[in-house]
Design a protein around this ligand. Sequence first.
Ligand code: URA
Length: 442
Amino acid sequence: MRVYDIIFKKRNGQKLLKEEIDFLIFKYNNGDMPDYQMSAFLMATFLNGMDDDETFLLTDAMINSGDRMDLSFLDMPIADKHSTGGVGDGTSFIVLPIVASLGICVPMIAGRGLGHTGGTLDKLESIPGFRTSIDKKEFIDILESSGAAIIGQTFEIAPVDKKMYALRDSTATVESISLISASIMSKKIAEGAKSLVLDIKAGSGAFMKKDSDAKKLAQKMINIGKNFGLNILAVVTDMNSPLGNCVGNSLEIEQAINILKGKLKNDLSELSIYLSALMILNVKKTSSLKEAQDLAQKQIDNGKALEKFTEIIRLQGGNTKVVDNPDDVLPKAKYSKRFMAKKSGYISNIDTRSVGIAEMLTGAGREKKEDKIDYSAGIIFHKKLNEYVKKDEAIADLIYNSSDHIDEAEMIMSDAYIIYNNEDKNINMAGKVYDKRIIELL
Ligand code: URA
């Protein structure tokens, strides 16, 4: 068998066999196949796609490139959730303590931010001392004592995905339904989750711009999960405006603490309760979604979710004083610049990807993997999508230490926000109504 022939077959739109996919992934993982051949294969797959059988086989081959954890000895339901990424998506560290406080084990392996999307690991690392680089033994020890941990891909969980993702990122082959499905599902299955909730984002701040593509991605991932025996649910959610009241690493941690204290309610808290409820329902702890939502809310109201978050911070080496005094513990930026409305009207459209880019330019994100980030930088929103704003009223504050790219960030924000002074506040420029986050539960 030759790698060339497999690329040739995919280039011509033919279906690949198990032995071909296994051979290709095995060779690439072992360093016996050059990046230029994998790049050609990725582009052929991007252009011609893979059917459900091939995507399942690719996922299986990627899982087999590393360890597959067996956490069944923990004697607890083992659940996880994955969001496909967006702007201000800080649901993971709100959902995880809510769900884990109910005795559900959550072995979460999360990622870093790149380009316009933020990363859960970066946000958590803005808490002084918080470690996400944890080996397998310590990960299992933490899971045994607290039932939850959030770590980076530090040991051999689908290692080939790391190499393939880096190549996809530099060869414009990220937004492929088959490749995204295999990438995410290989990691989730290898980490040992038995129950999975997927939050598939759709809109201007997501990989999938159209609801119909997000649904196709969700369905593909559900099919793979079912083939591996997972209890799996997927929900398509809207990413046509940033989630929550701010973006930025320490800003989002402070916001999450306020949500877990029950002091703040917004679209992020609502989505977090909803995703927690899906996880609770999916492990059959309740028999209805409503009951599960009430239970998730109860864990906030009785302080149990906040207690669990404090425990996770302590076990992962973070300064737990952050919970009582986030202002004293989290890094703070020196400067802020107000971004104001140029005219009165309703905010009828937000190019959410651009807001993510503006966030990156404050210093809060990275353009290239090796860039350093400023944990204290970001954006605080004063007005959300569909809200009325008066001329010269504040829409957002840019928060920063280095002013190197602030003028550019402000220009990008200015192009990203469309203000419409027609009285019909629910119609954006694309003529679509955006009044809720949940698009469809599959
Ligand atoms: N997140 C992943 O882990 N993989 C992808 O391909 C896209 C998002």
